[in-house]
Design a protein around this ligand. Structure first.
Ligand code: ADP
Ligand code: MG
Length: 292
């Protein structure tokens, strides 16, 4: 495109708190028919809190919390931050941690006090060959309540389960309604469990939900919608959203997102405010309306 077309709307966008990294995607924004929204950190505040701590039989709550917080020391995931905050509130002394490894969309692995520890979603642990039956009922009950569930395993034995809850962003329902009014179909896509996903989708007013979706599969979903003739925007904040942000016709990263998300996006919302998405769409419409 001509340089002039690329800068069109950029000034107005910057004033509103919107950075457009590619003019082409900005121009495409007005023609988007589907908007995929990530759950954790995008539709929600991304500040989940530990709402329940369920140690396995014979395990002290403090021990469960300390081990999990230690394993999560180096994770930048919002759930990791919530677990660390909970341990800090109780002023727990954390054991030493080495060999940290994060698996995007699943959880973390680390050596804590010479023990192998895994923290993550139930599917992550069962995929690693672990038997979660001792805490199976607890997991089912918490997921039924719409919680995000994280399991802690030490040396192949479940230490316990965390339930975490995250609030919908105050403007989320209004933005979803405005998108719908504009003829754009909102879709929720998340790595979290279907109950937690449905819980947030209902509050936001979203009918189409894709839960337990791995990062690569988020990108595949974008591709499938494109193949069906849709022009797709993806809105996300995390490492796990990066492939989908790249694949989408328009990738939108929300403000406090990780560096990898903002680097993969076409448009960055500077403030943590989803209404900026509507502003971006409006500026795109105004700027490119009569352009051939
Ligand atoms: P979303 O798509 O909603 O942003 P993610 O793909 O980041 O969610 O994570 C999906 C699930 O993987 C989480 O709900 C959680 O169960 C698990 N998970 C991911 N990272 C971590 C972590 N650092 N600690 C514990 N659990 C994690
Ligand atoms: Mg997220």
């Amino acid at each position: 495109a001509a340089p002039l077309a690329i800068v069109r709307g950029a000034g107005a966008a910057a004033d509103a708190g919107i950075i457009m990294r590619t003019g082409e995607a900005f121009q495409t924004f007005r023609t988007v028919t589907r908007v995929l929204l990530d759950k954790t950190g995008t539709l929600t505040t991304g500040r989940p809190v530990v709402s329940e701590l369920c140690p396995a039989h014979g395990v002290a709550a403090e021990e469960l919390l300390a081990v999990a917080a230690a394993a999560e020391t180096h994770s930048e995931h919002p759930l990791a931050r919530a677990i660390r905050d909970a341990s800090r509130h109780q002023r727990l002394e954390l054991p030493a941690v080495t060999d940290f490894q994060a698996t995007t969309g699943f959880g973390v692995t680390a050596t804590v006090d010479d023990h192998r520890v895994l923290v993550g979603r139930p599917a992550f642990l069962t995929a690693n060959g672990l038997d979660l039956s001792p805490v199976g009922d607890t997991i089912a009950r918490l997921e039924d309540d719409g919680h995000t569930v994280v399991v802690v395993v030490r040396d192949h034995h479940p230490l316990g389960v965390f339930a975490l809850a995250d609030a919908l962003r105050p403007e989320a329902a209004q933005v979803v309604a405005a998108l719908r009014d504009a003829g754009v179909i909102p879709v929720l896509v998340t790595g979290d469990n279907p109950r937690a996903a449905g819980h947030i989708a209902r509050q936001a007013g979203i009918d189409e939900v894709h839960a337990q979706v791995l990062p690569e599969d988020k990108a595949d979903l974008v591709g499938r919608l494109q193949a069906a003739g849709h022009t797709v925007a993806m809105v996300g904040d995390g490492i796990n959203d990066a492939p989908a942000l790249m694949r989408a016709d328009v990738g939108v990263a929300v403000g406090s997102g990780t560096d990898i998300a903002t680097e993969s996006a076409d448009i960055i919302l500077v403030r943590d405010d989803l209404t900026l998405m509507l502003t971006a769409r409006e500026i795109s419409r105004r700027s490119y309306r009569r352009v051939k």
